[in-house]
Design a protein around this ligand. Structure first.
Ligand code: SAM
Length: 254
């Protein structure tokens, strides 16, 4: 008997964004080890499987990372089809790399099914293109969780030149804004915070980098949130009044 592990990205929250490849693996799973933020509508595909929550609860890990490795390896060695289900994409700030290394060392067969990362889905769900011709030709996805990692990543980019997407940064939004302003980013740079992206309860705040730093964001941030900083933020938010006469003339020709 040889079991295997499928490391699957569950997407940002909306079950409609789960891939077909993920649904196939969930349907034939015997065991599902899932993280926080996984919608019940996604878990229901694994109707024949045992399901274990192994994510973080109130800042504490329900199960240690080492215990997750052991659970996956033992179950696969017993011939079981294991699904390791993670929010977004398994390799974007999800410790998926560590889990793959553990499976390799144990000689367990595995596959990785990519998921739609909130790094892309959250801006898109708020109508923000992370790249836009003539405005931003690149984007940086960075964790806002620790100051050193954030500062080192943003020091690699020219101020105001790219879009910055910050995951795990809601609790440090003012420090993040101050760090960027300190590195030469304009205080007027448009910024957005998207909470619970792609879910019915999605909320979007829009303002400037200066306002992001002022702790006056009017948003209920109990759910997961993504911060987007850059001129592209203004694109999705334009009102009919902001469309120029030249653009209206072009549109009339279509
Ligand atoms: C540990 S990271 C995992 C990221 C995940 N692997 C991915 O690709 O989306 C968790 C962070 O992702 C972001 N996030 C996850 N789901 C989100 C959602 N529905 N809306 C906004 N941000 C989300 C938040 O910044 C959250 O703190």
């Amino acid at each position: 008997m040889t079991g295997r592990v499928a490391l699957i990205g569950a997407g940002p929250g909306d079950p409609g964004l789960l891939t077909r490849a993920a649904i196939v693996r969930l349907r034939r799973a015997d065991l599902v080890l899932y993280d926080a933020l996984i919608d019940e509508g996604i878990l229901k595909y694994a109707r024949h499987a045992q399901r274990f929550f192994v994510g973080k609860r109130a800042g504490r890990h329900a199960v240690t990372q080492q215990a997750i490795h052991t659970l996956m390896i033992r179950a696969a060695r017993r011939g079981r089809n294991v699904v390791r289900l993670k929010g977004g994409d398994p390799f974007v700030f999800g410790r998926g790399g560590e889990e793959v290394l553990a499976l390799q060392r144990a000689g367990v067969q595995y596959e990785v099914i990519p998921g739609v990362s909130s790094a892309l889905a959250a801006p898109a769900a708020a109508g923000i293109p992370v790249t836009h011709r003539g405005v931003a030709s690149a984007f940086l996805v960075v964790s806002g969780h620790d100051d050193d990692g954030f500062t080192s990543a943003v020091s690699q980019v020219v101020p105001n030149g790219v879009t910055i997407v910050v995951l795990m940064g809601l609790g440090r939004s003012s420090a993040i804004a101050e760090a960027l302003i300190g590195r030469g980013w304009s205080r007027d740079t448009p910024a957005a915070v998207i909470v619970d992206a792609t879910k019915p309860e999605q909320q979007v705040w829009r303002g400037t980098l200066d306002e992001l730093g002022s702790d006056t964001i009017d948003i209920d941030a109990t759910g997961p949130g993504t911060i987007v900083i850059g001129e592209v933020v203004a694109i999705g938010a334009r009102t009919a009044d902001e469309i120029t006469a030249e653009e209206k003339t072009m549109a009339a020709k279509v």
